[in-house]
Design a protein around this ligand. Sequence first.
Ligand code: CTP
Length: 403
Amino acid sequence: MSQILSGKNILCGVTGSIAAYKTCDWVRSLKRDGAEVNVVMTESAAKFVAPLTFSALTGNRTYCSMFDAQDEEKIPHINLARCHDVILIAPATAQTIARLAHGMADDLLSTIVLAGEAPIIVCPAMNSKMYLHAATQENIKKMKRYGYSVIEPECGSMACGEEGPGRLPDWERVRSELIRSLSEQELAGKTVVVTAGPTEEPIDPVRFIGNRSSGKMGYALAEAAKQRGAEVILISGPTQIAPPAGIECVKVRTAEEMYREVLGSVDVADIIVKAAAVSDFRPRECHARKVKKTEADLTVALDANRDILQKLGEIKKEKAKAPVLVGFAAESENILEYGRQKLEKKNLDFIVINDISAEDSGFAVDTNRVIILDRKGGEIQLPLLSKEETAHRIWDAVIGADL
Ligand code: CTP
């Protein structure tokens, strides 16, 4: 269980669309992330999902009307508007969108939206024709002008049998926007380059030498930088992970390709994070056709790859204005000593040390336990956390350091 939303109060507004059943899962996910959740339903939403379902999932009563307050002292719309960090309206019907666009206050949810100051995220979900109608599109534009964040629906087959835009988006996309809306935008105006995943050095068209790396840590760092306002360029070796929305993703295969892309980004980058597990060697020869096992002499001659991070550290010595450098080190013994040696040798600002001897951190798992060292001798030992939380804590360290 992650604690990324611990201490956050989220108000979820559910309106009358069949997609309301999906919001039940979203509310569960928010609870798993440590958030406190309250749900407000419109009258028609309560025809699709029982308020009791949300009460059971949140552990709090579900609000359906302006006038069902149990404690008369507390005016529900004002009270609910005040005590939340973000308001997520999902699914948002054409009717609710029209209400919000026209500043109406004729039900509990629309009143809370007018009375509150928290950021508002709206996820439209409806029949495609209703969504594409000029009136709905105009209303969406109006909401955007008021500063509401509107997450465009996805295309696909709808419950009504039609195809087109109108489906609720993927939860990961909404969750990421929610975390962004709750994050300080400390990296606004900065360009961050993150490398992730392994590199593959081909022996022939089917075989290669590579490193173990899922890319999860690098992708989490890229996503977290975006959530904190950065313009992000992700330079990724081969991974199974879909590139996060809103991030420019440059796919590479070999260490040489990664070298060229990273070096090409030095002039635009304010910060470079090298989370990639770059292969230190490549086969001297890459065969154009598949080598038959009968003809292989079982010896692959290797050449050393150029060390990208080392090169960046050298550039940093020569240039007055060079990017902040964050390196990674995968160590299995004397981890602090080897980590600091790497930081100094490669002229880095930070090094994140992974203890790969532990089972719950490192390759392919969703958790990590790292130590962050900085060039001034600072040391931060993080506990076992999800890679997403680790990524945010690494950014806390980079943003907070006075180097
Ligand atoms: N790195 C790089 N280019 C390479 C090899 C590594 O940019 N050709 C970067 C990695 O992305 C990582 C850091 O260097 O940020 C640490 O690499 P690592 O392989 O742990 O260290 P090495 O210097 O290769 O030392 P060793 O293998 O002896 O531990």
